[in-house]
Unconditional design. Structure first.
Length: 311
């Protein structure tokens, strides 16, 4: 069915993304998380001379974007694949250098609002959580396979969940009785452990932790950053929008490492490492949505945009 404008996921920080990514040098841009195509559409409409390569790991999202951006088919290339393979995906299409890279690391509303994908603890659905349905392991299968200590580590490292140990213990006790297959099965376990005002946050953190683990999101992000930076032409920019502290920390540290010149210990009288700064950070503090955007799109509230320019 043909979607109407109101049916699409609302992209965040669109004006800011356009301001940072469209420079006089911009010819070829990569939207590494094309989703419903909102950012790509805005970029293509803002500058009639650019072309955009849109990557997405989720074939359903790509199909939606393809329909939405049909009128730009001469300036837009769709590529189905994980952004952690950006170099090989672009090389296969004859592209070895780009002027800008955008990655919006958030979930699209369409993914969250579809119970059959299992991303939301609010709706009954299979405990799947795969962004790419062809991945080998669902969240339910991962939870069934992990030892209690591994579950604790996963919830602590990827969800920053304070109640990781009691939740993991409850999961293990429950799965001995019967398999944990649905979002409701998991929600009831968490609600049995965490009561009161922290319940909702714990639910969000546990589901986040499982999603990150199933999709190897943090490893993929580190691979994306390295490959995107290598692909950038001199003066090219990369813009990353993150939604939780784990992602934001990885982006911030990567940007800082590229911008850093000397890495010698402070007690050295002269530089012996010879490291030259590779980039300039254009956002000393992350850019966040203003009051107008927050009022229009509640899901934008945790978005942080960081931008780096290659020297």
């Amino acid at each position: 069915p043909k979607l109407q404008q109101g049916d699409y996921h609302v992209p965040v920080l669109v004006r800011e993304v356009i301001a940072f990514l469209l420079t006089e040098k911009s010819v070829t841009l990569v939207d590494a998380t094309v989703g419903d195509g909102g950012h790509s559409l805005a970029l293509l409409e803002a500058n009639p001379h650019i072309r955009v390569i849109g990557l997405d790991v989720d074939p359903q999202s790509l199909a939606v974007a393809q329909q939405r951006l049909a009128k730009f088919k001469n300036r837009f290339l769709f590529v189905n694949g994980n952004f952690r393979h950006m170099t090989s995906l672009l090389t296969a299409n004859g592209i070895t250098s780009v002027d800008g890279v955008l990655a919006d690391l958030g979930m699209s509303s369409r993914q969250i609002d579809r119970p059959e994908r299992g991303f939301s603890y609010l709706d009954e659905g299979p405990l799947d959580l795969r962004l790419n349905p062809s991945l080998p392991q669902t969240a339910a299968e991962l939870m069934a396979a992990l030892e209690q200590d591994e579950l604790v580590r996963l919830l602590r490292d990827y969800g920053e969940e304070r109640q990781a140990r009691p939740i993991a213990r409850a999961i293990v006790q429950q799965r001995r009785r019967h398999p944990i297959r649905t979002t409701t099965d998991l929600r009831l376990i968490i609600e049995g452990v965490v009561r009161g005002p922290h319940r909702i946050k714990s639910l969000a953190r546990v589901f986040q932790a499982l999603r990150i683990a199933v999709n190897e999101e943090l490893q993929a992000l580190q691979e994306l950053l390295q490959q995107a930076f290598t692909l950038l032409a001199s003066g090219g920019r990369m813009a990353l929008i993150s939604y939780h502290s784990l992602e934001d920390r990885i982006v911030k540290e990567f940007f800082r490492a590229q911008a850093l010149s000397c890495t010698c210990p402070p007690e050295f009288p002269v530089c012996v490492c010879g490291k030259k700064s590779q980039a300039v950070i254009l956002t000393p503090k992350p850019v966040t949505p203003g009051p107008e955007e927050l009022a229009a799109n509640r899901r934008s509230r945790s978005a942080k945009l960081r931008v780096l320019q290659k020297r």
